[in-house]
Design a protein around this ligand. Sequence first.
Ligand code: UT7
Length: 329
Amino acid sequence: MQHDIHSKILGSGVAIPPKTLTNADLEKIVDTSDQWIRERTGMVVRHVVDENRQNSDLASEAALKALDDAKMTAEEIETIIVATVTGDVTFPSTACYVQSKIGAVNAAAFDVQAACSGFLFGLNIADSFITAGKSKNVLIIGCEVLTRIVDWQDRSTCVLFGDAAGAAIVGPSSGDGRGILGTFIKTDGRLTQLLWMPGGGTRYPADVALAENLNSIKMRGQEVFKHAVTAMGDAATHIMEITGLTADDVDLLIPHQANKRIIDATARRMKVSPDKVFVNVTKYGNTSAASIPVAFDEAMKSGALKTGDICVMVAFGGGFTWGSAAIRV
Ligand code: UT7
């Protein structure tokens, strides 16, 4: 197996709001049950950000931890990419607020909007920037405050989402064979209306969005589920082809944490055994762009991923977008 190593993850960090929302709590808000949520999604708990904290606060907390983990200062960051669909404001980008909050004065900062695949889109960009010599150290943060854009009267969506941030510092590989082995991203913009938030942009001005209840996540769950299984499989197949990896080479699969049933289907399709699949949807719910970096950090810190292991990440989200990455950590 021959790979050109261009970039690698130098450190990671997360921010998880302390406040929790359990299935039992949700039973008091909508007509649902702990049993339904567990059986259909695998979820038990999610976290909810405090009213006085914004996306950029959570993102900055994760970023500072990632910098600490990489033993790096904020001044050494040349590019900041924030992957989110729940930014502080419509513009400027949340990455600008993060830059200011962490003091990364030498960076260019921008957001990537690719829903749940956002972190892997960011990783693809970071790898490309580093490979092309356009940037040395890139900070990528997947950060979401989804509990502020769910419709708390819609039981088919409000039980699914949580808040979190996960950050990674990506820099040049030191040539020790460790690093990003390959990345893959894809979009199908014909399916935008299966999972979206119509309000918040220019198409439905604020007064219209408010009157027509468009300021929240709208999802056609069953259809999204079917596309998710197909697209996650497609992303997995592509990354194995790009890198020449086989299922036996994979030490840990980190799938986007949207639904335990989608995770299981992806693992089956990849022929990766369940003990090699990282699952934390139980305790965070679906945190969209934060899902993969939070899982990666947990896998690194818990020892589920050890130096030299091969990790494959696969995500799918609104757009539709999907992507994958393979890393020797
Ligand atoms: O993050 C990126 C993308 N997002 C996803 O990948 C999510 C993909 N979709 C899913 O994970 C699943 O479709 C859901 C978890 C959202 C829903 O599961 P499902 O098995 O597809 O359920 P369903 O939508 O087919 O609904 C089945 C039943 C319906 O009742 P009837 O019509 O059979 O009487 C729903 O009204 O379950 C009902 N239902 C609920 N019942 C209790 C829907 N939501 C709830 C709920 N509690 N929270």
